[in-house]
Design a protein around this ligand. Structure first.
Ligand code: ATP
Length: 457
């Protein structure tokens, strides 16, 4: 994996503390697959839940959906994915190693190679004498379909072919009719889905940035055609607000307007929201105006009427679509990169993750000052249990000295640590220590839950 010092530290912390493990590690790993450990799964779920709360629960115009990963192959034929969902590939003719041609061209100083036709890329390779990273000649550029093919059922044959979905969006389009027939939503309205998507990427890399199995959070927002610019602007703002909510600094975020030749075949306008990852400025999420392409294609191929009927005027039309699309792992990585800090505290160097409290895998840690004093342990366990009920993920730790326990919690981004000491037994107060500043204050046990809960709403 091509990496850099900050990425190495983040990848190592993620492994050491149980955020992310290499997929199938026991058998040497599998490229493009990573597993979430106990802390990573909490962080991921918190981000996902916040997204769902923001875009589904807090709005009246967006409905949730969870469609199957495997769909009939006709879905992907209708949308053109079987033909066009591909990346350009080029081969080192000596080592037979394969590379994504546009990345290779860009590494060799050719700008905007993304979206360039394969023949044009081959021309560039010949004209500029571009070699593989090993210095060998390259083959012609061809296209490589990124969808994973599989078969459904025992009978085999062409009819049983299916694909692991490369995007969650199509599950929404094929359920569009079910949604309007059951909920009769007023236009504009949206359908949101979170789920796994699979792409057989030519060169998975950069930790959890480019994966073969990933998770997406997508909204298809159905509008009248004439409203597309207004709606696009709305979603552009909403996307930026969401990035702020999860704690991404605005000076690490960029908008990249994709020129026509770089856009997906269905899009009339696309903005990539890019993030300054340690390995470069790369796409974090996308916003696309998909026109009525998908519904139009499904209408054509399925023969079903997919028009929307205006409740008041009876007017029938095919809605157009604005699609904000977020990759969960790219967001998890951006949150980790933004939260990673090193400083010095009490004369010692420390590493900490300054997650927004709501996103922290562990919200509060409770310690007895000394492990071998049963009265302190008993009191700390009581507090631990009470806070767990009120606040959720609260950990108990009595291992090593207090300083070490603070460092361990800092490293996993726990916003608050509570210490039960001998004064607690006298006056029923505890020390609450704040992660980022290290500041401590005494809080009465009765006040603890309301005091802390405020940070997690
Ligand atoms: P890229 O240009 O980086 O390959 P894309 O433009 O093909 O990405 P989209 O099809 O717009 O990506 O997918 C929507 C979102 O899904 C992306 O913005 C990204 O967050 C996420 N995503 C796409 N491909 C991957 C992948 N291989 N690994 C992780 N996340 C991905």
């Amino acid at each position: 994996m091509k990496t850099n010092p900050l990425m190495e530290k983040i990848v190592s912390l993620c492994k050491r503390r149980g955020f992310v493990f290499p997929g199938s590690e026991l058998y040497g790993g599998i490229a493009g697959m990573w597993d979430y450990g106990p802390l990573g799964v909490e962080l991921r779920n918190n981000i996902r839940d916040l997204w769902w709360k923001t875009f589904v629960h807090e709005r009246d115009d967006i409905f949730g959906l969870d469609s199957a990963i495997l769909m009939k192959k006709e879905v992907w034929e209708a949308t053109g994915h079987t033909k066009e969902f591909s990346d350009p590939i080029v081969e080192d003719i000596i080592t037979k190693k394969r590379y994504r041609a546009d990345s290779l061209l860009e590494d060799n100083g050719i700008e905007n190679a993304d979206g360039m036709p394969a023949e044009e890329m081959t021309e560039y390779i010949k004209k500029k004498g571009i070699k593989s990273p090993e210095g060998n000649p390259l083959s012609e550029v061809r296209t490589f379909n990124l969808m994973f093919k599989t078969t459904v059922g025992a009978s085999g044959g062409e009819g049983s072919v299916s694909y692991l979905r490369p995007e969650t969006a199509q599950g929404i389009f094929v359920n569009y009719k079910n949604i309007i027939d059951t909920l009769y939503p007023s236009i504009p309205f949206g359908v949101a889905q979170v789920g796994k998507a699979f792409r057989n990427e030519i060169s998975p890399r950069d930790f959890i940035f480019r994966l073969r199995e990933m998770e997406q959070m997508e909204i298809e927002y159905f509008i009248r055609e004439k409203k597309w610019e207004e709606s696009f602007e709305h979603w552009r703002k909403e996307t930026k607000n969401f990035f702020e909510t999860v704690g991404l600094p605005s000076d690490m975020l960029y908008e990249h307007e994709i020129p026509e030749e770089g856009r997906a075949h269905y899009s009339k306008r696309t903005i990539d929201f890019e993030f300054q990852y340690p390995f470069g400025r790369k796409e974090l999420s996308g916003l696309a105006y998909r026109t009525d392409y998908d519904l139009g294609k499904h209408r054509e191929f399925s023969g079903m009427a997919l028009e929307y009927t205006d409740k008041h005027t009876g007017e029938k039309f095919t809605p157009h679509v604005i699609e904000p699309s977020f990759g969960v792992e790219r967001l998890v990585l951006a949150v980790l990169v933004s939260a990673y800090r090193e400083d010095e505290m009490d004369g010692e160097s420390r590493t900490y993750l300054c997650f927004k409290p709501k996103l922290a895998p562990v919200r509060v840690a409770v310690f007895p000052l000394l492990k071998n004093k049963p009265e302190l342990v008993k009191k700390a366990k009581e507090i631990h249990l009470a806070l767990k009920t009120d606040i959720g993920r609260v950990w108990f730790d009595d291992n090593g000295n207090i300083g070490k326990r603070y460092r361990r919690q800092d490293e996993i981004g726990t916003p608050f640590c509570i210490t039960v000491d001998f004064d607690t037994l006298e006056d029923n107060t505890v020390t609450v220590r704040e992660r980022d500043s290290g500041k401590q204050k005494r809080v009465s046990v009765a006040e603890l839950s309301p005091y802390l809960s405020e940070y997690f709403v």
